[in-house]
Design a binder for this molecule. Structure first.
Ligand code: GDP
Ligand code: MG
Length: 597
């Protein structure tokens, strides 16, 4: 296709407004898949995405469309995740496109992530086409929502395309808008090759698969290329596109998106944001690349079985290849042995990575208490970043500690505003702004990140019956009265459960953790004392009574096979436990104990 008949676009929207459904319809309408191949939400191909009904990874598809002007166009679509934890994924997709379809649910209107995403698209210099989705719903109010888009976002919505992604109504209108309203990419086919590494993942047979966007020049099979920042050179084995199936092509030119493989087995050779150049005719300047992502939540990940440490290391490297917003480094814990300190963009991100490690790499893991990054100012004048509560220096060496704050934007129907304001003030929030958009309130708050990471999002959803939406940005550090709370099980310190909290919350959270652990740790043959302490001072305590029977006792009589099964089951359960002194703590207790309610 000539470059002026290429359109590269992202679909952006608040979660559940219909991005993935629209992507399905576009693929269907342009014949990318046969009816038999067409499943629901084809682009959410990770099991985890299908189960949770959310998009985690950005996906790309090449569509071919014959427009009303009689010409064939190549449309490259990127579907993006909507949850705030995956904003980094969104920013990367946007950098690979010239325009965005902004999908807004016509029965819900503009939500917090609609705003956050649209601002990112504007920043990326995108042309934006507003799409009003779900007009089939009786509750749809397209005219009102158009007005909202103009008032809140400041975008002209008079030409918004009204559709139902579910019924397929006016998908043609979306395709025409892409062709007539978005600009074609720019690029020079005769200049030396420059291609942006947008994403990458590891395939057992092909090695590293690299998703690219070509800026200048061409990339073809057999060509020797170089990763500009990493320095490694490779011979291109396969060039192709997703339709969404992988289909090989001869080459990719300026403005095109697709993948390459080059039998790369060392995952460290590839970095998202790097520029691919021709080895014999190298371009001088790299492409702008991406802003590095900065993890805001850290936790330790340890194999349940210590023999899995090397496997965990390899798996983390492969996962990192597929998720540049995830960071890790080796660490050790007195209680858990060898493991890794891992950084995430939020708690959902943490849960997803943990689950992917268990499913895709078959690893049983223990996650320690998630923590934000504190700044410790020592009396000696040194300042250090604290990623792990277990590393907190002795109070006598601390002059003061700073904690990270965020600026949160919350949108909520008027009826639930009171509950949201209460929640924010319980979490030490400071109101910055409160305005109205129709009968929806938009509250802007400054909140300590520490009060948000564990369960703020869940609480927000529950006190507003799912109607509140939320987005946040980091907003600097401020001094705070913070203490470390240690957890002791039968007198032994479990360093993996230590956490840092504001002094005013310490007792409540200490008590809550002890109560949770009491339910989460199974009874054992002796009494177990669970204590929370600040320094040497115990602030909460629970006791688990002793148990004397073994599990087979309840099988009266002689059903041997049943008895054996029970013992097997008990052994299986043991694998997922960790020994602390004499006490066994199940893997599930570690994260569950930290979720407040
Ligand atoms: P995403 O989170 O933006 O990717 O949203 P999804 O595409 O997963 O859609 C969220 C939900 O809205 C799903 O249950 C869809 O079936 C539903 N949905 C999407 N588009 C429409 C539509 O046009 N009309 C109706 N009634 N429901 C829709
Ligand atoms: Mg989706």
């Amino acid at each position: 296709t000539p470059i002026d008949r290429i359109r590269n676009f992202s679909i952006i929207a608040h979660i559940d407004h219909g991005k993935s459904t629209l992507a399905d319809r576009l693929i269907q309408a342009t014949g990318g898949l046969s009816a038999r191949e067409m499943t629901e939400q084809v682009l959410d191909n990770m099991d985890l995405e299908k189960e949770r009904g959310i998009t985690i990874k950005a996906q790309t598809v090449r569509l071919t469309y014959k427009a009303k002007d009689g010409l064939d166009y190549t449309l490259n679509l990127m579907d993006t995740p909507g949850h705030v934890d995956f904003a980094y994924e969104v920013s990367r997709s946007l950098a690979a496109c010239e325009g965005s379809l902004l999908v807004v649910d016509a029965s819900q209107g503009v939500e917090a992530q609609t705003l956050a995403n649209v601002y990112q698209a504007i920043e990326a210099g995108h042309e934006i086409v507003p799409i009003l989705n779900k007009v089939d719903l009786p509750a749809a109010e397209p005219e009102k929502v158009k007005q909202q888009i103009e008032d809140v976002i400041g975008l002209d919505a008079s030409d918004a395309v009204m559709i139902s992604a579910k019924t397929g109504l006016n998908i043609e209108g979306v395709l025409e808008a892409l062709v007539t309203r978005l600009p074609p990419p720019k690029g020079d086919p005769d200049a030396p090759l420059k291609a942006l590494v947008v994403d990458s993942w590891y395939d057992q047979y092909l090695g590293v698969v690299i998703l690219i966007r070509v800026k200048d020049g061409r990339i073809r099979r057999g060509q020797k290329v170089r990763m500009m920042a990493r320095g490694s050179a490779h011979s291109v084995e396969q060039v192709g596109v997703f339709t969404p199936r992988m289909v090989a092509v001869d080459d990719l030119g300026p403005g095109e998106m697709g993948y390459i493989t080059a039998a790369i087995k060392t995952v460290a050779d590839v970095a998202v944001g790097d520029t691919i150049i021709d080895d014999r005719n190298p371009a001088a300047e790299p492409l702008p690349g991406f802003k590095p992502s900065i993890p805001v939540v850290w936790c330790g990940l340890y194999p349940v079985d210590a023999d899995d440490f090397e496997k965990l290391r390899e798996s983390l490297a492969k996962l990192r290849l597929n998720d540049a917003s995830f960071h890790y480094e080796a660490e050790t814990s007195a209680a858990l042995g060898f493991g890794f300190r891992c950084g995430f963009l939020g708690l959902l991100h943490l849960e997803i990575i943990q689950e992917r490690l268990q499913r895709e790499f078959d690893l049983d893991l223990i996650a320690t208490a998630p923590s934000v990054v504190y700044r410790v100012h020592r009396t000696s004048g040194e300042v250090e970043e604290l990623h792990n509560p277990a590393d907190m220096p002795d109070p006598s060496q601390i002059d003061h500690i700073e904690e990270p704050w965020i600026k949160a934007t919350i949108m909520v129907p008027d009826d639930y505003l009171g509950a949201i304001l209460t929640l924010c003030s319980e979490r030490r929030g400071q109101q910055v702004d409160l305005t109205y958009v129709g009968n929806r309130a938009m509250a802007v708050y400054r909140l300590p990140l520490n009060e948000v990471v564990f369960d703020f999002y869940d609480r927000l959803k529950s006190v507003s019956r799912g109607y509140a939406s939320f987005d946040y940005q980091m907003d600097g550090y401020a001094e705070s009265d913070l203490v470390r709370i240690s957890i002791l099980v039968n007198g032994d310190l479990v360093d993996a459960l230590s956490f840092i909290a504001h002094r005013s919350q310490a007792e409540r959270r200490g008590r809550s953790i002890c109560e949770k652990l009491k339910d989460l740790i199974p009874r054992q043959l002796f009494k177990i004392a669970i204590q929370a302490a600040i320094g040497g001072r115990v602030i909460a305590r629970e006791t688990i009574g002793a148990l004397s029977k073994d599990v087979t006792a309840k099988c009266y009589g002689g059903d041997i096979s049943r008895k054996r099964k029970l013992l097997e089951k008990q052994k299986e359960g043991k694998k997922r436990m960790r020994q602390f002194g004499k006490v066994e703590i199940p893997q599930s207790a570690f994260l569950a104990a930290l979720k407040m309610d």
